[in-house]
Design a protein around this ligand. Structure first.
Ligand code: IP8
Length: 246
């Protein structure tokens, strides 16, 4: 079992609201077609969900956010999700859309529903879920990030590899020189040392990736603009990016 997160920065143009990167998504889908073992896809919000959650001031902390904001963020994620599903089906894959409400209650995973995801993945379907605006309870809602979903699923499904697909080669120890960290353990890097990107999105990814690796599971950050790196990691154990060893 493999877990794959398609980051918002690779599937959309983060500089421009509501702009999917269709060609990039298609190229990734073509590589995913080559994978012969069960896998699950999680995708982020990029210039869809993040654009609107910034506009409506919505965050990961449960609070009484503007109801119209919840509706708009959710709608935009469905729109982006449809683009991903269409690309996958066009490339002869069998996505099975699973909005996070299918396996989350408030901010807690529903164990039986999460276990079902493995069964779905083992039956020639590809479960596809995504970061979303979720109902929390007591008139509160919150943004559940796709990165957080990765660690929720990793904990329950124990994938042999979790891959975060980015718009860069991996984790840089220095943003100016773009020196790449190949192995988080060997490089002895801690989260505090990671340079912040503009959105802080990389910090959250590193936090969740570290959490997953501490479960004894392997995590890999790869560049989705070079999608063969995804299949090289899965099929050839060749890791061109940043690896977090479990
Ligand atoms: O891009 C957040 O998912 P992420 C999705 O994985 C929304 O952080 C709704 C902003």
């Amino acid at each position: 079992m493999i877990l794959i997160k398609l980051g918002g920065s690779i599937i959309t143009n983060k500089e421009k609201p509501l702009s999917p990167r269709i060609k990039t998504i298609d190229n990734i889908a073509k590589q995913l077609k080559k994978i012969s073992e069960p896998f699950v896809i999680v995708h982020g919000g990029g210039s869809f969900g993040h654009y609107w959650s910034v506009k409506y001031d919505m965050h990961t902390k449960p609070a009484r956010y503007d109801s119209h904001g919840v509706a708009i963020v959710k709608n935009s994620m469905i729109e982006l999700n449809k683009i991903i599903l269409d690309s996958l089906t066009k490339n002869k894959l069998n996505p099975y859309c699973l909005p996070p409400t299918d396996f989350m209650s408030g901010n807690k995973p529903i164990p039986s529903k999460v276990r079902e995801i493995r069964k779905i993945a083992e039956s020639n379907l590809i479960p596809v879920t995504f970061g979303d605006a979720l109902w929390y309870g007591q008139k509160k809602s919150y943004i559940l990030s796709g990165d957080k979903i990765m660690s929720i699923l990793a904990k329950a499904l124990r994938p042999r590899l979790s891959i975060f697909i980015l718009n860069v080669d991996g984790l840089y120890s220095d943003l100016n020189t773009k020196r790449l960290i190949y192995d988080m353990k060997d490089d002895q890097v801690s989260i505090q040392d990671i340079p912040m990107d503009v959105t802080g999105g990389m910090t959250r990814k590193v936090e969740e990736a570290t959490k997953i690796s501490k479960m004894g599971l392997k995590v890999f950050f790869a560049n989705g603009n070079k999608p063969e790196r995804i299949t090289n990691a899965i099929q050839k154990n060749r890791f061109e990016g940043t690896i977090f060893r479990g």
